[in-house]
Design a protein around this ligand. Structure first.
Ligand code: BES
Ligand code: ZN
Ligand code: ZN
Length: 502
């Protein structure tokens, strides 16, 4: 575990074994650095020159200290050049923080003191800079180690990170908020990284129930029999091929103010997507335990907001199911009827996410009449191909809600990019024998967008944003605050920011 604290004491007086410094580009040797060098490494200036350390982004210089009572290493980390885009400075800083955590871990540091950089560069206040630092550090330290029996493979990062600043009130508050968001994000990652035979629909429902109980949220769950009886033909149809019960889980957070807006979050929870009878080829199936990343993000968000208490009401709805082939499975050609009465022809059982979301969206509209609704889903390979691993696809025809989500995305680091969501694509999902078809016709091609238009049939006139995280939920490379393999917990930071700043 990484613990994060704050201290007002000057950095040189910290009782830490590692002192770390963020260094602006081309300004590696400040006044403060001179006195530091005097105490710990008199030849520091020359060392920096010899090693050509200029403060480039993510560049690292580790300097061992000898003869000091407790300081063993100094770490210098470049902040790089200032970017014209204000949000990019914050994102670059997150990567720097990730690099710091990894560097400190590599030298086995136990206590690392680092002075927070000046807030000016980042366009946020001190509270938020401390929050981003602590949150990012905790994301960087995440590792899924449930199944490593060899201690040598125990990559858990464990040390204390002391954020040095003289305004301890703002920094302490920032760290506190970060703890809540990081714990939630890492919890989502843990579920996603867990094997599909562990993170099953009943397991996730039980996890959600535990959270609801602990943090006093309203919790409702429907099992497969009830799902069938309620007329949720999409969820039931997807689950039919599996021996495990599907679950439809609802969690509610009430802020205490009746007039406050209600926001519905809907997360795709396919705990394993084999494709069903339209079975996936082996290599496309490999990572399909991640197909519940939307549900994981939504449930984890509820844990965070139950503690942070935004001034909005929030309802989370997650249809949880496996998508497996069997003698009972839904067949291509079958027609399913959803909770709102509409029907869809299933031409491909691998386009199952939209089928379970259709029921959940319909249910949210009917029972909660939300002021805004956002769904999050590992919905299409097409989206992953279009945008790659760094941006979540955003689809919406509601300008105001899109703007809100886009701003929260920029601030939080869970970045989104809008895809054209124009009515021109609508006819792609026409069917000759049912209301709609679950795959877009070939000539329209844009698979991420046509999937979005399928979902549109179930949102009525509720302001709605669809987020496709197929590319961003799992195996995101190059970002030092993630692991190159495994879950990112995308969506949690975004939702918490959105709800807190509604
Ligand atoms: N879960 C997949 C989408 C996916 C693909 C997520 C890659 C993450 C990485 C989804 O259920 C799916 O299989 N979609 C199909 C839809 C197609 C049959 C219309 C796809 O994208 O190929
Ligand atoms: Zn699928
Ligand atoms: Zn899927």
């Amino acid at each position: 575990m990484l613990t994060i604290t704050t201290s007002k004491k000057a950095i040189a007086e910290q009782s830490a074994d590692c002192l770390a410094f963020f260094v602006e580009k081309d300004a590696p040797f400040s006044k403060e650095m001179q006195s530091m060098a005097h105490t710990f490494f008199p030849d520091l200036h020359n060392l920096m020159k010899d090693r050509e350390f200029k403060g480039d982004a993510k560049s690292v210089l580790i300097v061992p200290v000898s003869g000091h009572a407790h300081v063993k290493n100094l770490i210098f980390i470049g902040l790089g050049e200032k970017d014209a885009d204000k949000y990019m400075n914050l994102e670059a800083y997150r990567r720097v923080v990730g690099t710091l955590v990894r560097s400190a871990d590599r030298i086995n540091a136990k206590k690392v003191a680092v002075e927070l950089p000046a807030v000016k560069r980042f366009g946020v206040d001190l509270h938020d800079l401390a929050k981003e630092t602590a949150l990012t550090a905790k994301l960087s330290a995440y590792y899924f180690h449930d199944f490593h029996s060899d201690k040598k493979h125990h990559y858990t990062i464990e040390f204390e990170l002391i954020l040095v600043h003289d305004d301890s009130k703002a920094v302490t508050a920032g760290i506190k908020e970060a703890d809540v968001i990081a714990d939630a994000t890492n919890l989502a990652r843990h579920w996603i990284d867990s094997p599909p035979s562990v993170a099953t629909p009943p397991h996730l429902a039980a996890e959600a129930k535990k959270i609801a109980k602990k943090y006093d949220l309203k919790y409702t769950v429907f099992n497969e029999k009830q799902v069938n009886e309620m007329g949720m033909g999409g969820l039931a149809g997807v689950s039919r091929g599996s021996d495990r019960d599907c679950q439809f889980v609802i969690m509610e957070y009430h802020c205490g103010k009746k007039t406050a807006p209600t926001i519905a979050l809907v997360g795709k929870g396919i705990t394993f997507d084999s494709g069903g009878l339209s079975i996936k080829p082996a290599d496309s199936m490999e990572a399909m335990k991640d197909d519940m990343s939307g549900a994981a993000a939504v449930i984890a968000t509820m844990q965070a907001i139950a503690q942070l208490k935004p001034k909005v009401n929030v309802v989370a709805l997650t249809p949880l199911s496996e998508n497996l082939p069997s003698g009972k499975a839904t067949m291509p050609g079958d027609i399913l009827r959803f909770y709102n009465g509409k029907t869809a022809e299933v031409k491909n059982t691998d386009a199952e996410g939209r089928l379970v979301l259709a029921d959940a969206l319909s249910y949210a509209v009917k029972h909660y009449k939300p002021d805004a609704m956002i769904d999050i889903a590992t919905l299409t390979g097409a989206c992953a191909y279009a945008l790659g691993p760094f941006f979540t696809g955003l689809m919406s025809q509601d300008k105001e809600l899109s703007k809100k989500v886009q701003e929260a995305a920029e601030r939080s680091g869970d970045r989104v990019w809008p895809l054209p969501f124009h009515d021109d694509y609508k006819p792609a999902i026409k069917s000759t024998i049912a209301d709609i078809c679950n795959i877009g016709s070939r000539t329209y091609r844009a698979g991420a967008i046509t999937a979005g238009f399928f979902l549109q049939n179930f949102v009525d006139d509720v302001p709605w944003v669809h987020l496709d995280i197929a590319g961003t939920a799992f195996d995101v490379p190059d970002l030092p605050y993630y692991r190159p393999a495994g879950a990112t917990g995308v969506g949690v930071r975004l939702f918490v920011d959105l709800l807190m700043n509604w």
